[in-house]
Design a binder for this molecule. Structure first.
Ligand SMILES: [Zn+2]
Length: 117
């Protein structure tokens, strides 16, 4: 068991009650929480503007192209790991019509890119 001194400090932007709740969960419950959080994120992505960075993301470049938007994004883990920051990664964002109506922005991950221009 890790000692209490090693316990991670919750990042800013997490409600204290949620952080306290999470710190009491078992590893299995935490894994399922991550999966649930990712599903919620995908759900929100359908309406949120795709180019607005999340709390641990940094948009380095956003370029309108013919039919899509090219975005270079860098991400940082909430706790910060040895490899942080990650990226920059290149994505193509394309708005697609959904059969049930409306549109959805599809992020296509194209790989890591060099920062040098
Ligand atoms: Zn990291």
């Amino acid at each position: 068991m890790p000692s209490p001194a090693d316990e991670p400090i919750p990042p800013e932007g997490i409600p204290a009650a949620l952080a306290a709740e999470l710190s009491d969960r078992t590893p299995e419950e935490l894994r399922n929480t991550i999966i649930y959080a990712q599903e919620l994120l995908q759900f929100h992505d359908e309406t949120a503007s795709p180019v607005i960075p999340g709390p641990n993301e940094e948009i380095l470049r956003s370029t309108e192209r013919d039919g899509y938007t090219e975005v270079v994004k860098r991400t940082t883990c909430a706790d910060g790991c040895d490899d942080c920051p990650h990226g920059p990664y290149l994505y193509h964002l394309k708005e697609e019509s959904r059969p049930e109506g409306g549109t959805k922005v599809r992020w296509t991950f194209l790989g890591e890119v060099s920062l040098a221009e």
